[in-house]
Design a protein around this ligand. Structure first.
Ligand SMILES: CCCCC/C=C\C/C=C\C/C=C\C/C=C\C/C=C/C(=O)SCCNC(=O)CCNC(=O)[C@H](O)C(C)(C)COP(=O)(O)OP(=O)(O)OC[C@H]1O[C@@H](n2cnc3c(N)ncnc32)[C@H](O)[C@@H]1OP(=O)(O)O
Ligand SMILES: Cc1cc2nc3c(=O)[nH]c(=O)nc-3n(C[C@H](O)[C@H](O)[C@H](O)COP(=O)(O)OP(=O)(O)OC[C@H]3O[C@@H](n4cnc5c(N)ncnc54)[C@H](O)[C@@H]3O)c2cc1C
Length: 636
């Protein structure tokens, strides 16, 4: 029945202050206020409805996304929302679109790598959306190997301009979000050539389309790369293909530095290339920034799936009826708990590692501005490794949540198939997860060779086993005289272990902070122990082989896990309520707040276009002849 809270009995079991946990999850009272207000604003506005997406064709879907993006911008302007509120609004609109790349990459790239002059020229236009940008790095032939990019940018000292060119088919830019049909400008990465000499990959701001009629400029061939995984999902995004045919960057020498996107290098008015004495890796700065935001996004995506699966697991009853009484809630089965609760713990763990990574990025950015590059390698390794670890775990976790919901998890109305389809490319974009782990492995090898066996003593006591595991895995690999490539599969495992150590240690450090609210810290301690012991159980081979735990320890850990699951059980619904997601944002009948699942599932079924007619289109042409044996049977 509408208006009845079918999960009230679950909420009454809670042993902690849910409102206080909401603040912990949001990060601060202010952050909670902004999230709560904006999510409700979006949920209450029919202009942001998203329950019809699965019935639209790609062109209708894309046009609807453009409408929503324009409507969101109008809302932001009309309500005079702050940058923080506007970002939250785009988040809760929950539709992959060109705006993700404009605000999530194009603007950060200019802010992070542009000179003062470049920022003054481009940021005001971008902030007012008078230009729409994309980040065009990947090419048809190269994505991971940035140094393999083929697009060229040749400085013409005669005309004081840069000529951007795609010399081969494989140099076509391929994948940039927003490029296909919308972006007017791109930050295009190309090999800089000055005076016949090549100076490696640099970023260039290039105009792609006319600001008058949106037609591609002279020498620009641009379009969409076609349908992607999952029917609706990420197809709201126009990932594009782009070829340059000797495109003149229209900026005269006076603005030449505006075209070359980097404060780490300049082309002077005399046409000379001037490399600053900063690490060339700063050209990768935007990727580092986005990787740390993707870690925070992982906690959002995983918590969304866990919220759906937890609420549905409390609603669903199957077997176990005693004397005609109610059947057993599937959330009470130990197998359901052993699959679901580690994901609940991971959602909280990723939230806190995302907070720490945001601090680390801000710290390294501040140091860079003072020409202190000492922590850049660690920042790169952490952002790369944690992006890899959290997105892999989140993509796998969303799929597990779908399976935890049985058959109904496979319905679009559960919200889980689309959530998976939109989320899973996170394991690839911003760096293929394996390629990024190789970067971490490389960092560990260098650290071990510089520091000897002890990788770091700066970890909380509770992580000794985790630290020993990493050191042992590295020693086993570094000890033998075989090349990095030969050992890379093993080194990647050590890289994962290192990242898991970081997540566990930062969760423990989080618990050492002042955390207000009745029972809140106790609940987080339970979740932290579940996260740590679940990984120890999952990778117990590593821990046993390093000798840092005995088989008896492993058995005790498993017993403790079961006990911890029992402690979470009465609080599970309250722990997912703490995410404070609206039903609109969840987009899931299985995860609706009131748990009134069956009537909503039944009602939703009849809204499917297939049920617009009782007799299906095609019956008279195909089925009736079949049933009436009017189809000439093939000679046997
Ligand atoms: C739409 C809905 C999505 C929602 C998303 C939610 C949140 C995100 C918010 C905003 C973003 C919006 C949308 C995000 C979605 C999609 C956008 C996707 C965009 C992209 O995919 S952009 C393209 C990304 N491409 C990559 O990541 C390429 C991966 N490859 C690399 O990074 C490098 O090529 C490499 C693998 C690191 C190799 O580097 P390379 O120079 O070739 O060789 P090496 O010898 O290995 O390195 C040399 C040296 O440099 C160090 N290094 C490498 N990288 C870095 C770095 N980034 N920072 C600092 N240092 C770096 C390396 O360690 C070596 O150092 P040594 O001392 O060992 O020499
Ligand atoms: C949805 C989506 C959105 C995207 N948006 C953008 C965007 O806006 N802008 C942009 O520039 N790009 C974008 N990309 C491109 C993305 O950044 C690349 O696809 C990504 O960096 C992976 O590179 P690749 O495709 O070349 O993969 P590859 O490197 O070709 O990976 C193929 C396989 O090779 C393996 N491999 C590659 N190199 C090595 C190695 N050295 N050692 C061991 N194994 C290796 C990988 O692990 C993987 O298994 C997007 C991609 C997707 C899917």
């Amino acid at each position: 029945m509408e208006g009845v809270d079918h999960l009230a009995h679950e909420r009454n079991k809670s042993e902690f202050d849910v409102d206080a946990m909401k603040i912990v999850w949001a990060g601060s009272p202010h952050a909670f206020d902004v999230s709560d207000r904006i999510s409700k604003l979006v949920a209450s506005d029919p202009g942001f409805r998203k329950d019809n997406r699965s019935t639209l064709s790609r062109k209708e879907l894309f046009k609807n996304t453009l409408r929503k993006a324009a409507y969101a911008w109008k809302t932001i302007v009309d309500l005079r929302l702050s940058e923080e509120e506007a970002a939250k609004l785009r988040f809760y609109v929950d539709e992959p679109a060109f705006t993700d790349l404009h605000w999530g990459m194009f603007i950060p790239a200019i802010k992070g790598q542009g000179t003062e002059e470049q920022q003054q020229k481009w940021l005001p236009l971008a902030y007012k959306m008078q230009i729409i940008g994309c980040y065009a790095q990947t090419e048809l032939g190269h994505g991971s190997n940035v140094q393999g990019l083929e697009t060229t940018a040749t400085f013409d000292s005669q005309t004081d301009e840069f000529i951007i060119h795609s010399p081969t088919l494989t140099s076509s830019k391929w994948w940039p979000g927003g490029l296909g049909k919308v972006a007017t400008h791109a930050i295009a990465y190309a090999r800089l050539i000055v005076g016949g000499r090549e100076h490696g990959v640099h970023g260039f701001i290039v105009q792609l389309r006319s600001l008058e009629d949106h037609s591609p400029l002279l020498g620009i061939t641009v379009g969409d790369i076609g349908m992607k995984f999952g029917n609706g999902a990420y197809n709201t995004m126009d990932n594009g293909v782009l070829q340059f045919d000797h495109v003149l960057d229209v900026y005269s020498i006076a603005f030449a530095s505006i075209a070359v996107m980097l404060w780490v290098s300049q082309v002077t008015c005399e046409g000379k290339y001037k490399q600053s004495d900063v690490p060339r890796q700063l050209v990768y700065g935007t990727m580092v920034y986005v990787r740390q935001t993707i870690v925070a996004d992982a906690s959002c995506a995983l918590s969304r799936a866990v919220c759906i699966a937890t609420r549905y697991s409390a609603v669903r009853r199957q077997f176990g009826s005693q004397n005609g009484g109610p059947e057993t809630q599937v959330i009470d089965y130990k197998t359901q708990q052993s699959r679901l609760f580690p994901l609940l713990a991971s959602a909280y763990a990723f939230r806190f590692i995302g907070e720490w990574l945001k601090w680390l990025y801000a710290d390294v950015t501040q140091r860079l501005q003072a020409n202190d590059f000492s922590t850049l390698p660690e920042a790169h390794a952490c952002t790369a490794g944690l992006k890899s670890l959290t997105t892999t775990a989140t993509a796998d976790g969303i799929e597990e949540c779908r399976k935890l919901c049985g058959g109904h998890g496979y319905l679009c109305s559960s919200g889980l198939p689309e959530l998976f389809a939109v989320y899973v490319p996170a394991c690839t974009y911003e760096g293929d997860n394996t390629v990024l782990l190789l970067q971490v492995a490389r960092f560990l090898m260098k650290t071990v060779s510089q520091l000897g066996s002890r990788l770091s003593s700066k970890k909380p006591v509770g992580t000794i086993a985790y630290m020993t595991r990493v050191e042992h895995l590295m020693q086993c690999r570094c000890g033998v005289q075989r090349g990095f490539a030969e050992l890379s599969a093993d080194l990647v495992e050590a890289a994962v272990a290192h990242c898991q150590l970081i997540v566990v240690s930062k969760f423990i450090e989080k618990l050492q902070q002042e955390i207000p609210g009745k029972g809140v810290k106790q609940q987080l301690e339970v979740l932290c122990n579940i996260y740590a012991l679940f990984l120890l159980h999952k990778h117990q081979g590593d821990f046993l082989s390093t000798g840092c735990i005995t088989p008896k320890h492993a058995a005790l850990a498993n017993d403790e896990l079961r006990s911890l699951y029992s402690q979470v059980r009465p609080n599970a619904i309250a722990l997912v309520d703490a995410f404070n997601y609206t039903d609109h944002y969840l987009g899931s009948i299985l995860g609706c707040y009131d748990g009134n699942v069956y009537p909503k599932l039944y009602e939703a079924a009849w809204k499917d276009p297939l049920n617009e007619s009782v007799v299906p289109d095609g019956y008279h042409l195909y089925i009736r002849p079949l049933l009436k044996q009017e189809i000439r049977t093939a000679r046997l």
